[in-house]
Write a protein that binds this ligand. Sequence first.
Ligand code: SAH
Ligand code: MG
Length: 224
Amino acid sequence: MDIVNENIVSYIHSLEKDDIFLGKLEKYAKEENVPIIRKETASFLKTFLKVLKPKNILELGSAIGYSAILMGFNTDEDTKIYTIENYEKRIPVAKENIKKAGFENKIFLLEGDAMEKMQGLESTFNNPADIDKKFDFVFIDAAKGSYKEYFLEAEKMLGKNGVIICDNVLQNGDVAVSRFAVERRDRTIHSRMREFLYEIKNNESYETSIVPIGDGLSISVRLA
Ligand code: SAH
Ligand code: MG
């Protein structure tokens, strides 16, 4: 089930100009079934980055580097992007793409489990000796059943008024229907995602909006 009417999505896509570099990655992702952010999500992210102007970005789930490179193209030269991926088959592809984009000094691919690698980043981004060095933007797009754990870990490294965006929170619309209406194998994710969305919506330290774009985004801004 598409979240937004297919005709509307096609129309929005038709307004997008093609980027040669990212277009090639989109084509590869489609051919190889790599679940990159959708075109309208990419467009949203670009505009959002121009507003936020983050200096330190953390991404969970690099896949082939598509969203990281898109963020690279749409942030200041001195912005640093840390992106984590654990799938051996995708890591070399992501690395090669980052290199081809000329972002070897801007995008740092950390190879391994998102939680473990995040914990490793704490010495830099949650360091009592440098309380100002924090992430101003975290993009969560790794294991869909672990969003709550990711959010709590990311929070430790998130700066004042920092933003956490999660992708795929509407799970093709499944999240909005009863758990009995989704395939048995998808029920754990369904419950976990619902629980996660409920918690962030009711977390008074953040203002959170669930936006039905692409496969659904949650956008949470830390209020202090
Ligand atoms: N953000 C990318 C797409 C990421 S797809 C883009 O839009 O271009 C999700 C990725 O998360 C997959 O490549 C998957 O291998 C990775 N992933 C899943 N579980 C993970 C984990 N525990 N640690 C690190 N990466 C993980
Ligand atoms: Mg995604």
